[in-house]
Design a protein around this ligand. Sequence first.
Ligand code: ATP
Ligand code: MG
Length: 291
Amino acid sequence: MQKVIGIDAGGTLTKVAYLDDHNEFQFKAFPSKDFSLVRDWIEAHPEIDEIGITGGRTEQLLAVLESLKSIHYIVEFEATVKGVKHLLKKEGHDIKKSIITNIGTGTSIHYMEEDKQVRVGGTGIGGGTLTGLSTLITGLSDFEEITTIAKHGKRDYIDLFVKDIFEGMEPPIEGHLTASNFGKVNILNNNTYPVPDLLATIQALVGEVITTLSIQYADANNSETIIYIGSTLTNNDHLKEVIANYTILKKHTPIFLNNCGFSGAIGALLNKLEQSEAEGKISVKKRGWDI
Ligand SMILES: Nc1ncnc2c1ncn2[C@@H]1O[C@H](COP(=O)(O)OP(=O)(O)OP(=O)(O)O)[C@@H](O)[C@H]1O
Ligand SMILES: [Mg+2]
């Protein structure tokens, strides 16, 4: 591996991005509740001597690292947008302006346009809500388990849809839209709910709130596309489907990028590479590395 790494110390996960000897990105994620794992991994790779870092837990991680490596901090949303632009280019997208919705522990929403980027808003509903509610309601707390099981669930006996309210009438909006997440519980009074159904319904609640808000910001900023990123989407096709369907229904274009959970870590890495190059420490262009 090469000597520069990027770290995004987030509320739940600490993401690391680095380049291997073939200039290909490699990624690693560690739970943020145990920074000694990150420290051990860095110490096991003595070739690392420059670190670009971002994320809300930066100070807490640096306190554990105690290393003398050259460290360069970049604010989270700048790192995120930098990483997203890189991934867009890599995947051949040509997006002039877009909303970027980062579904982390919580959700942060940005607007990006050429060289301009602003944080436009956010919501506390995010990946932490998904795992938190899942734990309280079903007892399951493992993200992979939650998302795998959610795929097999049905929402029909828990969520109240528009068509359920307007039974026998022409509804004013499309009947399959959710009228009330979890709204059927006290109408049907079922006694038991299968775990997959509960998890699918929690995913839909999280996905629909985030999409609704993202669409409002997209409309306010005249943006057709919404790029959804963050580790909550990792191997989570069910959530992506909820988000994509609703975004498309509202006449916007959803974009999901590979490795989107690592956008911040990639941005921190690229920023550190640029800084080292500016200081003459490395020659990025000479290596054929296009940032
Ligand atoms: N291995 C995992 N362990 C725990 N949560 C995971 C895992 N993989 C994906 N997740 C999901 O990803 C979410 C965290 O996403 P992400 O890493 O983008 O956020 P963060 O950067 O830690 O938080 P924030 O940006 O809000 O500070 C979790 O809340 C969970 O829903
Ligand atoms: Mg984050």
